[in-house]
Design a protein around this ligand. Structure first.
Ligand SMILES: N[C@@H](CCC(=O)N[C@@H](CS)C(=O)NCC(=O)O)C(=O)O
Length: 221
């Protein structure tokens, strides 16, 4: 049986969702972020050198990286589900989004989250205005405009089909759910982008997503 090492409020929620969509049996090993630093427990480095989640264990296999985990699970347990047929345009779109989610979309969002924390976090009294001003400027000059460009792109792409790779939900939508949820919680994604908002609503309405939330515990996005 697959064991999913899962961190609260994190990307690993997607792996639970995927397994629920497929109806594959799994166990969850839960970890909590440090409430101040937001980091995972340091002991996780015993599981994987980077100490980040998700990580899955399946028999002798230990595998990290959400995209790789999703591809592995779909290949091993998917029986063709949640992947468009090979040789179709949908399959190429699926491939693109599978890599885009972590490879492109997450970068400016992470930069914004880090600068947001600097802007609102503790800083030595005398340096505080400078530190906070720099963080605010970096967000305004770089992170937010980049995010807006990605959100405009995603909004336009959802004009082509119901889900990102076509009319059916795929593993790529599962990967893209996290950047979209982060953007809605922290980076101004709202009803002004109705297709992306609809995407998030469709995700939230899926019974498998709701079961995954019950298994995973608190998820604040
Ligand atoms: N690209 C990796 C990123 C993994 C990652 O950064 N995970 C975060 C959770 S969203 C984490 O473990 N953060 C805790 C930490 O860095 O201490 C993936 O998609 O699996």
């Amino acid at each position: 049986m697959i064991t999913v090492h899962h961190l609260n409020d994190s990307r690993s929620q997607r792996i639970l969702w995927l397994l629920e969509e497929l109806g594959v049996d799994y166990a969850v090993e839960k970890y909590q972020r440090d409430p101040v630093t937001w980091r995972a427990p340091a002991g996780l480095r015993a599981l994987h050198p980077l100490g980040k989640l998700p990580v899955i264990i399946d028999g002798d296999l230990t595998l990290a990286e959400s995209g790789a985990i999703i591809e592995y699970i779909l290949e091993r347990y998917g029986q063709g589900r949640l992947v468009p047929p090979a040789g179709t345009p949908e399959r190429l779109r699926y491939l693109y989004w599978l890599h885009y989610a972590e490879g492109s979309a997450m970068t400016p969002l992470l930069i914004k989250l880090i600068f947001d924390r600097i802007e609102t976090g503790p800083a030595p009294f005398l340096l505080r205005p400078v530190v906070r001003g720099l963080a605010r400027s970096a967000n305004r000059a770089f992170a937010q405009p980049e995010i807006e460009r990605h959100l405009d792109f995603l909004e336009a792409e959802l004009g082509r089909s119901t889900w990102f790779a076509g009319e059916a939900l795929t593993g790529a939508d599962i990967l893209l759910s996290f950047p979209a949820q982060i953007a809605a919680a922290h980076a101004g994604l709202d009803a002004r982008r109705p297709r992306l908002t609809g995407f998030l609503q469709r995700v939230a309405a899926r019974p498998a997503w709701q079961r995954a939330l019950e298994r995973g515990g608190p998820y604040q996005f």
